[in-house]
Structure formats: structure tokens, C-alpha cells
Design a binder for this molecule. Structure first.
Ligand SMILES: NC(=O)c1ccc[n+]([C@@H]2O[C@H](COP(=O)([O-])OP(=O)(O)OC[C@H]3O[C@@H](n4cnc5c(N)ncnc54)[C@H](O)[C@@H]3O)[C@@H](O)[C@H]2O)c1
Length: 375
């Protein structure tokens, strides 16, 4: 198969979809690989590194999209990329269709095969291509939150871990999945007092078992959230309902109940956000303030630590990319249910329920599409 790796062009996105080690692996399987010039430079990989691994470097993004049967990238295509995507081209990347109607319509119109990292799903319902980025974002959420709690950045001026004789900050984490767990570990490690809320009792039980003594767990409901936000210094939004918009757990009126300088980090912003007042921001301008409450809502948090993120992401995506390249998307998706669940939009048809529900679009069973697909 002919595979293309474009340079990411979304604001401050320095990750790349393939490392030179991954490039060598793909070449070992006999595929042709084109990498756009400087695609890896933000993650510390030079064109020469990719050339040595057997890739051909192309000077423009148009050439990469123009030649490739499969595009592997990191972020969802942005408007400038829509028209580069060809009919029948396989695009393997994060899409987050449920949070962008424009992107959904654009990909339907391009008649491409859109296989979304975020909905590839294992039998135990875990999302293997979200996990590494969630791990990064969860750990970063505390690092960023602690930073914005500083007074010059309009925070409450409280040190997360306190000092002897001064109590630590209180951190409230909404959602005890991957992001929430990693955030809790970091916050607890820094000495903060942490509360994790989730709607899953088995998950709360598990967290209660593995977390240190400065972490407690609580059922997530409006009553408990209203109660805890009054005393929390840092609130992390980390809920996920797979393939659908996040529910607004913190509503506009609740901001008035928080203390001035409280910091909100809505990691779930890429799925619409679980804090009503959060709107996506970028690393260039990560925060805004409403009612004296600092909102940090960067939709691509791992983009700020591209070295760690690129390695973590490609560790997880490469085995799937190789299956797709070796077998073609049709056979790979028929034989591997995990990959099949990643199909969201195929040649103009929406084949993922959460996406059709989000934008009220007709839904086609993925198995129907696979039955009729050739190869
Ligand atoms: N901003 C970024 O850069 C970035 C990076 C990675 C992940 N994310 C996002 O972070 C979010 C969390 O991802 P994850 O990997 O931790 O997901 P996850 O599935 O591991 O965890 C989500 C948790 O939310 C819980 N939940 C569902 N409804 C809830 C509710 N009403 N109250 C409390 N908890 C509830 C679930 O039970 C689950 O434990 C996702 O939206 C993901 O897309 C964002």
C-alpha cells in the first residue's frame, strides 16, 4: 500500500503520526511510505531520520495527499485539508466527529474512508488509541492546573501541595477513567487533597483500592458536584461517553458558587466539554476568565509535549496501521472488530451511531458497508 504522513497544520500541533522506528517497520512489511518534509521536526525527528528508515520525503502536503492510498495523521483534518482528501482514500486519525458538524459534513462530501482513532475499541470496551493521549493529558492537567493557580496567572495563589502547617489545595476530578486516574495520581503525588467523582460504582471501588490516602471517591451527581465545587481550588473535567458529546456537569450558574481564582481544566473539551462555559482554546492562548474563574480548555493538550506524545501514540497506532496496510481496510475491518468499530464515515455514509445521533444524519450499519465493499 502507498502510505502518506502529512505534517500536522493545526495550531501548535507538533506531533507526527509515525516515528522513524514506525517508518522502518512499515517498510519492512513492503509498503511504500511518503512523509512530508519537516513532518517530524516538532517531535525531534529529521527528514534524514525518515529517509534512513526507508521513507521518501515529499515537499508539500498536496503531494502527500495526492499520492497516498492511506493517510496516517494525528489531529482531525482542518478546513484547509478537506479538499486534499480524495474519494476512497483511507484516513486513519483522530476525528472527534461528534464535536464538529462541519467536519462530519466535509468528510461525507469527500467520500473518504474515515477510521477514527478515538472509536477503535477492544472487547473490554477500552479505547486503545485514546488511552496514551489520555494518559498524557491527565498528567498534564495537574501540571497546567497547578501553574494557573498561581496569582500572576489569576489563580487563587495556592500551592497544590501546601507546606508544613498549611493545608494543601483541593482538587476535584470529574470522571475517574484514564484522564481522571492519571490526574489523581499526579495531584496526590504533589500532596493535594483529591476527590474523584464517577457514575460507575465498580470504577469508584477500584480507584478507592489503588489510590493513596489523600484521594477519596464520590458518586457523580448534581448534588455532590454543587457541594464540592464550593471548596475546590482546581476542577478537572474528564468524563467521556464514547462517540457522543460530553454532558455538562458544571453549569454556568455554578461558577458563582466557586471561589475567585478557582481553576477549571476541561480535558473533555474535545468532546464538547463537561463544563458548560468551556470553549476550545489553544496553547498560544490557553485560558479565559468568566466570573473570576480561570478556564483552561486546550483541545490538544498532548500537543505541548510532542516528544512524549508522539512516542506514546505511535506505540499504540502502529500495529493497527500495519494491519490496514497489509490487508486493506475492508479485510482488516472484517477480521478485526476493534478496527471495524473505528469506521465512522465510509464513502459518504455515516456508519457510527454516536455520530449519526449527534448531527441527526442517516445511519448505515457498518456490516452492510463491509459486505458491499470490494476486496
Ligand atoms: N483535551 C485533550 O487534549 C484531551 C486529550 C486526551 C483525552 N481527552 C478527553 O478526555 C476525556 C476523558 O477521556 P478518558 O480517556 O479518561 O475516558 P475514559 O472512558 O477512560 O473515562 C471517562 C470516565 O467518565 C465517567 N463518566 C461518564 N459519565 C460521567 C458523569 N456524568 N460523571 C462523572 N463521570 C462520568 C465514565 O464512567 C468513565 O470512568 C475524553 O473526552 C477525551 O476525549 C482530551
Amino acid at each position: 500500500m502507498i502510505i502518506g504522513v502529512p505534517k500536522e497544520i493545526k495550531n501548535n500541533e507538533n506531533r507526527v503520526a509515525l516515528t522513524p522506528a514506525g517508518a522502518a517497520e512499515i517498510r519492512k512489511h513492503g509498503h511504500t511510505l511518503y512523509v512530508q518534509t519537516n513532518a517530524g521536526v516538532g517531535s525531534g525527528f529529521s527528514d534524514e531520520d525518515y529517509r534512513t528508515a526507508g521513507a521518501t520525503i515529499l515537499p508539500t502536503i498536496e503531494e502527500v495527499y495526492g499520492i497516498a492510498e492511506m493517510i496516517i495523521k494525528v489531529k482531525e483534518p482542518i478546513a484547509q485539508e478537506y479538499n486534499l482528501i480524495k474519494e476512497n482514500q483511507l484516513v486513519f486519525t483522530y476525528f472527534h466527529f461528534a464535536s464538529s458538524e462541519e467536519l462530519t459534513h466535509a468528510m461525507i462530501a469527500r467520500k473518504a474512508v474515515c477510521l477514527a482513532y478515538e472509536t477503535v475499541e477492544k472487547a473490554d470496551r477500552s479505547l486503545p488509541l485514546l488511552v496514551p493521549m489520555s494518559e498524557v493529558a491527565g498528567r498534564m492537567a495537574i501540571q497546567e492546573g497547578a501553574h494557573y493557580l498561581e496569582k500572576p496567572l489569576k489563580g487563587r495563589g495556592i500551592l497544590l501541595g501546601g507546606v508544613p502547617g498549611v493545608p494543601p489545595a483541593r482538587v476535584l476530578i470529574l470522571g475517574g477513567g484514564i484522564v481522571g486516574t492519571q490526574a489523581a495520581k499526579m495531584a496526590a503525588g504533589l500532596g493535594a487533597h483529591v476527590t474523584i467523582m464517577d457514575v460507575s460504582l465498580p470504577r469508584l471501588r477500584y480507584l478507592d483500592d489503588i489510590m493513596p490516602a489523600n484521594v477519596d471517591t464520590m458518586m457523580s451527581n448534581e448534588y455532590n458536584i454543587r457541594d464540592r465545587i464550593k471548596v475546590s481550588d482546581l476542577i478537572i473535567g474528564a468524563v467521556l461517553i464514547p462517540g457522543a458529546k460530553a454532558p455538562h456537569l458544571v453549569t454556568r450558574d455554578m461558577l458563582k458558587m466557586m471561589r475567585p481564582g478557582t481553576v477549571l481544566v476541561d480535558v473533555a473539551v474535545d468532546q464538547g466539554g463537561c463544563i458548560e462555559t468551556c470553549k476550545p482554546t489553544t496553547h498560544e492562548n490557553p485560558t479565559f476568565i468568566i466570573d473570576d474563574v480561570v478556564h483552561y480548555c486546550v483541545a490538544n493538550m498532548p500537543g505541548a509535549v510532542p516528544y512524549t506524545s508522539t512516542l506514546a501514540l505511535t506505540n499504540a497506532t502502529l500495529p493497527y496501521a500495519i494491519q490496514l496496510a497489509n490487508k486493506g481496510w475492508q479485510k482488516a475491518c472484517r477480521e478485526n472488530i476493534e478496527l471495524q468499530l473505528g469506521l465512522n464515515v465510509v464513502k459518504g455514509e455515516v456508519v457510527y451511531k454516536g455520530v449519526s445521533e449527534a448531527w441527526n444524519l442517516p445511519y448505515t450499519e457498518v456490516t452492510d458497508v463491509l459486505q458491499t465493499a470490494t476486496v
